[in-house]
Write a protein that binds this ligand. Structure first.
Ligand code: COA
Length: 278
């Protein structure tokens, strides 16, 4: 436990717990991995990219956290099952699954290739299902667990050039509600978080629209423009941070969330409500 943790949660809150965070080596996922480890969980970071694993593991270990890694593509159900079974064997349990891995980019629906559609839907929706299904027997056998999946707010209205991601995340919402009811008897709580704009590198890349698309490119704007967007477009007046999202994940992972299942928490400073139809 690092002394400089600015967390509202009590030290040791997740002692003895094991958490798997997909896409947990960068951006929002790294913020989640870091906070869960700070609170005492052994965090297993899964990523397709080995270069994302090594840095994240070293960083968390340097803070005094318990961490290990697994190279994994959430689109491959057999590999997901093998990874989850490996974690259960090695660490003896698996309490928290954070389905954070996602893929995204702006592209016109009229010309989106079948493979591009498939890539995003497979990572965001199929990946969430594969990982949730893989942890089910482990969590059911140990008497419960928590699954926290990552949704978004863009599908609450139409969002041009994001057909693949909005369709996938609408599916994540539906899956969250269904699994919450189906797996409640096993005391597996299933919830989702819907982060608003958080300008991590991955998000900047994913949400930079093609130059000729006519879609405003808020992330490429100068710093002054970024500040102006936050002031005008986000009621709470600032961009989000990975820590904003991690705090909700920690809450849901903790006993404070014991009577919460099937909920989808928007964490966006009020952005989507304020945008209305525009
Ligand atoms: N516009 C249109 N099509 C695109 C694209 C873009 N910006 N980026 C990728 N594609 C297409 C590719 O052309 C390919 O289709 P094709 O075979 O018909 O040519 C298909 O998507 C798969 O691309 P590939 O790079 O082989 O897939 P991948 O599995 O390595 O990567 C992605 C998955 C495409 C989702 C990639 O963007 C990714 O890895 N993202 C992870 C990071 C991220 O997006 N984070 C989101 C934070 S919100």
């Amino acid at each position: 436990m690092s002394p400089d943790v600015s967390s509202i949660f009590r030290p040791g809150l997740l002692d003895g717990q094991v958490a798997l965070v997909t896409g947990g080596g960068t951006g929002i996922g790294l913020g989640i991995s870091t906070l869960l480890a700070d609170l005492g969980a052994h965090v297993v970071i899964a990523s397709r990219k080995p270069e994302h694993l090594a840095g994240a593991e070293a960083g968390i270990r340097a803070r005094g956290g318990a961490v290990s890694t697994v190279a994994l593509d959430v689109r491959q159900p057999e590999a997901v099952k093998a990874a989850v079974d490996g974690i259960a064997q090695r660490l003896g349990r698996l309490d928290v699954l954070v389905n954070n891995a996602a893929g995204n980019f702006y592209a016109p629906s009229a010309t989106l290739s079948a493979n591009a559609w498939k890539s995003v839907v497979e990572i965001d929706l199929y990946g969430t299902f594969h990982c949730s299904q893989a942890v089910y027997p482990v969590m059911a056998a140990q008497g419960g667990g928590r699954i926290i999946s990552t949704s978004m707010t863009l599908h609450y209205r139409g969002w041009p050039l994001m057909a693949h991601a909005t369709a996938a995340k609408a599916g994540v919402d539906a899956l969250t509600r269904t699994l919450a009811v189906e797996w409640a008897p096993q005391r597996i709580r299933v919830n989702a978080i819907a982060p608003g704009p958080i300008p991590t590198e991955g998000v900047r890349k994913a949400f930079t629209p093609p130059a000729d698309s006519g879609v405003p490119d808020v992330f490429a704007a100068a710093e002054a423009k970024m500040a102006e967007y936050a002031r005008k477009g986000i009621p709470l007046g600032r961009w989000g941070t990975p820590e904003d999202i991690a705090n909700m994940v920690a809450f849901l992972a903790s006993p404070a969330g014991d009577w919460i299942t099937g909920a989808i928490f928007v964490i966006d400073g009020g952005e989507w409500l304020a945008k209305g139809g525009g």
